[in-house]
Design a protein around this ligand. Structure first.
Ligand SMILES: Cc1cc2nc3c(=O)[nH]c(=O)nc-3n(C[C@H](O)[C@H](O)[C@H](O)COP(=O)(O)OP(=O)(O)OC[C@H]3O[C@@H](n4cnc5c(N)ncnc54)[C@H](O)[C@@H]3O)c2cc1C
Ligand SMILES: NC(=O)c1ccc[n+]([C@@H]2O[C@H](COP(=O)([O-])OP(=O)(O)OC[C@H]3O[C@@H](n4cnc5c(N)ncnc54)[C@H](OP(=O)(O)O)[C@@H]3O)[C@@H](O)[C@H]2O)c1
Length: 248
């Protein structure tokens, strides 16, 4: 049984018709960057809850969550309609293993995401940890349309702070031609070398750790493409290179 605390929406930023970010004021919640918490609303007398990854780093004054409207979903369309001042419930037990304390050291950290799977990587990138432990950090974000490549200002600020040489950004846009982004999907570009070429960094088991987040089909297909390069899931007892979190 989850315990709940009540938070207050401070801002609902709409990026597109389907994409939104909620800023929420709530009691401090201890968590590690990359983890998630359940967000909930009361719908027809029942509390409807879903996991959402923190976008903000630990100890930020406001909590932030990045979501997409799944039109037929019970919670996401309601979250997208919230306004400043509205109440929202948060579970008191952040959790999840898509965290750098579970990932071994390496030369290069690859963070690969589809859609809202970007969220936990923003939190991680806002902390010092990746920059202290990895020489290169490559963020990969795949979206259907160019307008869905969100949080560019935040990423630009991180790049200015950490240096463009160490922070490589690669985007994919799959359903229209978009200058500056690769076409197609992440797994195919792992397979044919386009991803490495765009990042300017080698994707090898000896030098890389890969975190994957988002669409479960991407996790499966990217996992297979990485396996073809000699990588395997990282487990505490059997170390490897791949750490994943599926959003559904
Ligand atoms: C560990 C974890 C962390 C998550 N973090 C986030 C997050 O930071 N932001 C976020 O938007 N969602 C996140 N999700 C998904 C989220 O919990 C909900 O499933 C989503 O908001 C839709 O809720 P819903 O009740 O409207 O529909 P649901 O009944 O939960 O989902 C219906 C269907 O919508 C699709 N779907 C669900 N989530 C997504 C998504 N994010 N993008 C595209 N299609 C989706 C799937 O096909 C799913 O079967 C996370 C899920 C998990 C397990
Ligand atoms: N995004 C929108 O404009 C929009 C609008 C309204 C509602 N929604 C709802 O949101 C959900 C979809 O959200 P989304 O677009 O963020 O997520 P998504 O469907 O997971 O797509 C995000 C990216 O992941 C790619 N992808 C899908 N399967 C993959 C695989 N097996 N391997 C590698 N990459 C893969 C997609 O490529 P492909 O394009 O090749 O599939 C796309 O580039 C749906 O429920 C939809 O109803 C979305």
């Amino acid at each position: 049984m989850s315990k709940w605390l009540e938070g207050r929406v401070i801002e609902n930023r709409r990026w597109t018709e389907a994409l939104f970010s909620l800023r929420v004021q709530a009691q401090p919640l201890p968590f590690e960057a990359g983890q998630f918490v359940k967000l909930a609303l009361d719908v027809d007398g029942e509390r409807v809850a879903r996991p959402f990854s923190f976008v903000n780093p630990p100890q930020a004054p406001l909590l932030e969550f990045y979501g997409v409207v799944v039109p037929e979903g019970p919670l996401s369309p309601r979250l997208a309609r919230l306004s400043a001042g509205d109440a929202i419930y948060l579970s008191t037990n952040p959790s999840g293993f898509l965290v750098l304390s579970e990932v071994p050291d390496a030369e290069t950290l690859w963070l690969m995401s589809t859609g809202t799977g970007l969220a936990p990587f923003l939190s991680i990138l806002c902390t010092d940890t990746p920059w202290l432990r990895y020489r290169n950090v490559v963020l990969v974000h795949a979206a259907r349309f160019a307008k869905e490549l969100v949080y560019r200002e935040l990423l630009d600020a991180i790049e200015r702070k950490r240096g463009g040489e160490r922070f490589r950004r690669v985007s994919f846009v799959s359903r229209e031609a978009a200058p500056g982004s690769l076409s197609g999907r992440i797994p195919a570009a792992i397979g044919d070398g386009r991803l490495e070429a765009a990042a300017g960094v080698q994707l090898r088991p000896e030098s890389s750790q890969v975190m994957l987040c988002g669409n479960p089909d991407m996790l499966r297909d990217a996992g297979a493409a990485l396996a073809a390069r000699g990588m395997k899931k990282h487990r505490r007892r059997t170390p490897g290179q791949i750490t994943v979190e599926s959003f559904w």
